[in-house]
Write a new protein. Structure first.
Length: 283
């Protein structure tokens, strides 16, 4: 994503300016990136909870440009994660790269739960494919998401039991809250979820808010359906946290699909309370 490349440059500059000059800042940055984004960590990782996610958990390579779900859970609710979180990450990429296995390796035998924040980028990619064929394309993408999510859980649990024994992992996935397609993008050329992006690719919509909210509802319903087939998957509904259908309120949003710090505070509060009975962390 172009947004991430620009933010990455800013983030590297910030690290170089503010770091301890006795250390190698680039090496520190690379180590942090490998550990947070790809679950390739050096040394002990005393995490009991795993996390695999997209920009709702890590917008900018571990740099707190916005305090998304992961840093808020870590800083405000005492979670210690091992994970692979990176803006733009798709569920398809997670499965094809085997990131679930890396997170399980890093978490070890005592890890019981993995949080998932995935699916939005799988829906948003290649918007031009929707032109003239919205229902069929969405149905195909949802079918792929379902297959990939079930594969992620089934192969992950088989790997965990084979390597460490014990019970299968619990996997917690959240749905997203409603986007706001009328928000101005932070970076003009990176406007995923925005009406400007729909217009730019030629996807003519009579009502952008109705389209995005209906699609969001369908995605959340898909997750509910998958939990009925996969007993180790737990779903958390985050809708209506930032204002309700059809569009989240602008004062809680950074751009069309991401909350700002206040918005993520509200989302994290709701999420943390919902998952506490499973993780026993944070309260």
């Amino acid at each position: 994503m172009k947004t991430l490349k620009i933010f990455l440059t800013i983030g590297i500059s910030f690290v170089l300016i503010h770091c301890d000059t006795k250390k190698d800042p680039l090496a520190d940055f690379e180590s942090n990136l490998l550990c947070t984004s790809f679950a390739v960590c050096n040394g002990e990782t005393p995490a009991r909870t795993g996390i695999i996610g997209d920009s709702w958990t890590d917008l900018l390579f571990g740099y707190p440009f916005v305090e998304t779900l992961r840093p808020q859970l870590e800083n405000r609710f005492q979670y210690k994660f091992v994970g692979a979180t990176l803006g733009g990450k798709t569920l398809q990429q997670v499965v094809s790269q085997g990131l679930q296995f890396q997170v399980i390796d890093q978490g070890g035998a005592d890890m019981k739960v993995i949080l998932l924040s995935l699916g939005g980028n799988d829906i948003q990619a290649n918007l031009a494919e929707y032109i003239g064929n919205v229902d069929a394309v969405q149905a195909q993408r949802f079918a792929t998401i379902k297959a990939n999510l079930k594969q992620l859980i089934i192969t992950g649990n088989a790997y965990k039991i084979s390597k460490f024994g014990g019970a299968p992992l619990k996997w917690i996935i959240h749905g997203y809250d409603y986007p706001n397609p009328f928000m101005t993008p932070v970076i003009a050329s990176s406007d995923e979820g925005c009406k400007s992006k729909f217009d730019r690719v030629g996807l003519v919509l009579p009502d952008a808010a109705a389209f995005t909210s209906t699609q969001l509802d369908a995605f959340n319903n898909l997750l509910v359906d998958i939990t009925r087939e996969e007993p180790n998957l737990i779903y958390v509904d985050l809708r209506n946290t930032l204002g309700g259908k059809p569009s989240s309120r602008p004062e809680f949003m950074l751009d069309c699909i991401h909350a700002n710090n206040l918005g993520y505070t509200l989302l994290t509060d709701k999420f943390a309370r919902a998952i506490y009975p499973i993780t026993n962390v944070g309260f």
